[in-house]
Design a protein around this ligand. Structure first.
Ligand code: DC
Length: 217
């Protein structure tokens, strides 16, 4: 079961890069951030405040999340667009910091990859906690300025406000007690500042190929 774990802070380009690495390697792609976003969306829709830990936990334990290609479905509905809203982005880190939510999502992620027989998995704790034996672990970063300006190019908005929101999300993700955002000790560090997407994808695919060659002799 080959797993490529791609972790890193918000706006580092994980989704774009992970999708292309999946295409290049033929492995399925799993966006674990989308799963936390689904829990945030259902909490909002059902009027459960992000600080209501038992209410949010009940949602995380019963929610049905599936992926069809790059589309994300929640309880039988395509929510791929809706989970990207500013409202969801503003509460998802608070929800993702709650241990019962993380336990429920982790179990689903491990089950999904086991069913698929491997995959390119992107998130915050994939190399450290979810798949500590991954074939390749990548920690993808970029300068805060570049991450903010990429987000603006992608979805518009005010640069200063977006830079602030990204920094705030990284702070919550890094400071939480349960599986905080940090590189695994054996992760390959990739700083994508100033690199093209193709260059980043090539670096990761090369590392993966070398790792497989080393293992199989
Ligand atoms: O990658 P993203 O922006 O879609 O992630 C949304 C939030 O979910 C982010 O604030 C951190 C959290 N997350 C997490 O805690 N663990 C993961 N494996 C993936 C995402």
């Amino acid at each position: 079961m080959a797993v490529i774990a791609i972790d890193g802070p918000a706006g580092a380009g994980k989704s774009t890069v992970a999708k292309l690495v999946a295409e290049a390697t033929g492995l399925p792609y799993l966006d674990t951030g989308a799963m936390y976003r689904c829990v945030a969306l259902l909490s909002t829709r059902t009027g459960i405040d992000s600080s209501n830990e038992s209410g949010v936990a009940a949602i995380a334990e019963s929610i049905d999340i599936t992926f069809k290609g790059v589309q994300c479905w929640m309880n039988g509905e395509d929510v791929s667009q809706e989970i990207r809203s500013a409202e969801i982005a503003s509460i998802v880190s608070i929800i993702a910091a709650q241990s019962p939510v993380r336990t429920a999502m982790r179990t689903q992620q491990q089950r999904w990859i086991q069913q698929q027989g491997g995959g390119v998995v992107e998130g915050r704790d994939i190399g450290t906690v979810v798949f500590p034996n991954a074939e390749l672990k990548v920690f993808l970063t970029a300068s805060p300025e570049e991450r903010a300006s990429r987000r603006v190019d992608q979805s518009g908005g005010d640069l200063k406000e977006i830079a602030f929101n990204i920094a705030e999300r990284d702070r919550i993700d890094s400071e939480r007690v349960d599986s905080p955002l940090r590189p695994a000790s054996d992760a390959v560090m990739v700083d994508s500042t100033g690199l093209s997407i193709t260059e980043v994808v090539d670096v990761i695919v090369d590392h993966f190929t070398h790792s497989l060659e080393k293992r199989h002799g």
